[in-house]
Each structure stands twice: as C-alpha cells, then as structure tokens.
Design a binder for this molecule. Structure first.
Ligand SMILES: Cc1cc2nc3c(=O)[nH]c(=O)nc-3n(C[C@H](O)[C@H](O)[C@H](O)COP(=O)(O)OP(=O)(O)OC[C@H]3O[C@@H](n4cnc5c(N)ncnc54)[C@H](O)[C@@H]3O)c2cc1C
Length: 315
C-alpha cells in the first residue's frame, strides 16, 4: 500500500511529525504526509487516498487541533494553496490562504468586512468549515459562495444559503466536505478605520490570549445562556456576551470554578485565558484529554451544564 501511494503522489513524505504543523505542538507522526500547493493536487491526493482506501485528514493552519500521541496512521493532506485575487469589492481565494492575508489585503484596500478577524489564526478553509468567529463577526457574514469536493470527489459550488452555517459549524463540517475555494463580498470603507479596528483586535488577543505558549485556542465552546437554570441565568447576567447569541464565556465559568493554572503534567489551564490550555513543554494529547475531563466534571457540578468541546482531536 505505501509504495502504491508514493507511486501516485510525487512528493509524498513518510513519518512526518505533526507537532510543528499544529499551534499546540502536540502529537505523533503522520504515516504519510503530502503538501498540496495547487487545487488539482488537493483533488488528486484525496482521490488517491479514496481509491486506495487510505484514511486521510485535511490539515489547514493546524490552529484548532490536538493530534494523538500515536499520530495519524493515514495520509495527511496539508492544504497550502495560496492564490487569491480582489476584484470589484470581492475577495476570491483558495482554501489555503491564511486569515491573516485576508485581513491584511482587504484592509489595505479599504475593504470592510474582516476587521473582526484581526489576529485569528488559521486558513480560510479551516475558518469556513468551523464558521470561525470573534468580536461579533463570523466568517459566514461575508461569504458569497464556496467550492468544495463532495464525497464522490466532484467539485460543487455552494451558495451562502446552502452552507448551513451555525455556531462553529457548517455543512462542510457536518458532511466532511473538503473546501477548495471561496468568494467573499466586502464593502468600501475608510482604510485607516478598517486597519485600526483589525489592529485593535490583534492587540487585544496579544494581551488576553496565551500566545507565549503553544495552544489551540478555546478548548470548549461558550455556553448557551438558555442551558443554565433560571436562577443561574440571573446570577450570570453580568458575564453574558453575544457570540452571536447570548452565551456565558467558558473562560468566565472556569475562572469562577478556580480552574486557572490547574495542571495535568505539561498541560495547563491558562491563567491568562482559562478556556485555553497551554503546552508548557512536552505536552501530550492524553494529558489534554484528562484535563478536559476534569474541567467538564467540575463545571457540571458547579453550574449544571455540559461543556462542549471546540478543539478537534486527530487520531
Ligand atoms: C490563539 C488562538 C486563538 C483562536 N481564536 C479563535 C477565535 O477567536 N474564533 C474562532 O472561531 N477560532 C479561534 N481559534 C481556533 C482556530 O483558529 C480556528 O478554528 C481556525 O478557523 C481553524 O483553521 P485552521 O486552518 O487552523 O484549521 P485546522 O486546525 O488545520 O483544522 C481544523 C479543522 O478544519 C478542517 N479543515 C482545514 N482546512 C480545511 C479545508 N480546506 N476543507 C475542509 N476541512 C478543512 C480540518 O480537517 C479540521 O477538521 C483560535 C486558535 C488559536 C490557536
């Protein structure tokens, strides 16, 4: 099998450590690893994997992942397609373009719509799949269309209203479709104002997020206010924020529950942002799992809600 895979995919690498491809710097090796720099190569890698019945995993910017300590025994396709163009107030791009590029390139042309994403790590493909959001914005807000591969390997165009975007989810996530490219509509605005809002968000993240340690962003989703008892809904009101519906930030709950700084070997609940976990050195996926279980148990006991995981495990 391995030789067959190499025969069809020039440039295929074997036993590649996934640590350096994720922001959490955790995990073992990918048995097979392929960097796809063009859309035809993304399509080909997936077709080869499907034809040879090899499990595959799509890696974007690696900013939302916990890779198993045992690694991944199939093919990792790292999407590195970086083409984009801006035309008539629209941004057309391939899935491997970074969100940082999107924010920077639209901002410097005075195009408004992505100020909220200042400092958001990862690729456009990863952001669309998880409908990434922050500061009251979500990637869905400006989408015109997405081109993705269906389960049979056919390229399909999905207009915005067919993408089934919801809180940190989409049709692409539900159905496991691979995003190839997308188009966004933007509004003409004041260049200085747009750039300054994005810069403020970058600065806010630097101050509030534990960027000095490897991490994967928020470990759990924020909690829908409706899930708390009526008495708690009243009590928690001062902490409620709109994201994009009323939620109680999990960072707040973890803080109230005294979880800041709690450790499981080299994995720690961040003191700076208690809904993040940081890797203090030789962090293991198994320690992330144990610490998550501990946090969930304590939050359930104290607030009666079940935390839902936001980060994704690769195994
Ligand atoms: C410091 C920090 C702050 C963060 N802040 C936020 C925040 O404010 N809001 C927020 O929503 N998230 C946040 N995140 C999480 C993360 O940045 C987002 O989830 C991001 O959109 C993931 O994109 P990625 O390219 O890194 O995806 P990856 O981590 O590489 O992959 C995530 C999932 O997307 C899939 N995927 C990737 N590319 C594609 C594609 N082309 N087609 C189909 N599936 C694909 C992968 O298979 C995987 O299932 C933060 C993370 C960090 C480290």
């Amino acid at each position: 099998m391995p030789d067959t895979l190499s025969r069809f995919l020039g440039g295929l690498q074997k036993n590649v450590s996934l640590k350096k491809y994720t922001t959490f710097r955790i995990g073992g090796n990918a048995k097979y690893f392929f960097i796809a720099r063009t859309i035809p190569l993304v399509i080909k890698a997936i077709k080869v994997a499907r034809d040879l019945r090899t499990p595959f995993f799509i890696l974007g910017g690696g900013s939302n992942l916990v890779v198993s300590d045992k690694g991944f025994s199939g093919l990792v396709v790292h999407i590195q397609t970086k083409k984009y163009r801006i035309e008539a107030g629209k941004f057309f791009c391939e899935a491997g373009v970074s969100m940082a590029t999107l924010v920077k390139e639209t901002g410097k042309r005075g195009l408004s719509g992505f100020e909220w994403a200042g400092g958001l790590p990862g690729s456009v493909g990863g952001a669309i799949r998880g409908n990434a959001g922050a500061f009251k914005g979500e990637i869905k807000d400006n989408i015109l269309w997405v081109i993705a591969l269906d389960k049979k390997g056919r390229e399909k165009l999905f207009l915005r209203n067919r993408c089934k975007f919801s809180y940190r989810s989409s049709l692409f996530k539900e159905k496991g479709l691979v995003i190839l490219s997308a188009a966004f509509s933007l509004k003409k605005g004041n260049k200085r104002a747009i750039q300054s809002i994005a810069a403020d968000h970058i600065a806010y993240r630097k101050e509030r997020h534990p960027l000095e340690y490897p991490n994967a962003g928020s470990v759990f989703k924020n909690c829908d206010l409706k899930k708390f008892s009526l008495a708690l809904q009243k009590k928690l009101q001062p902490a409620v924020k709109i994201d994009p519906f009323p939620v109680v930030p999990t960072a707040y709950l973890n803080d109230q529950a005294g979880l800041k700084g709690v450790r499981q070997n080299a994995i720690q609940v961040s003191v700076k942002h208690p809904n993040c976990m940081v890797n203090l050195g030789k962090g293991k996926a198994k320690d992330v799992i144990l610490l998550m279980q501990k946090v969930k148990k304590i939050i359930k006991k104290k607030f009666g809600v079940e935390l839902e995981q936001e980060i994704e495990f690769v195994e």
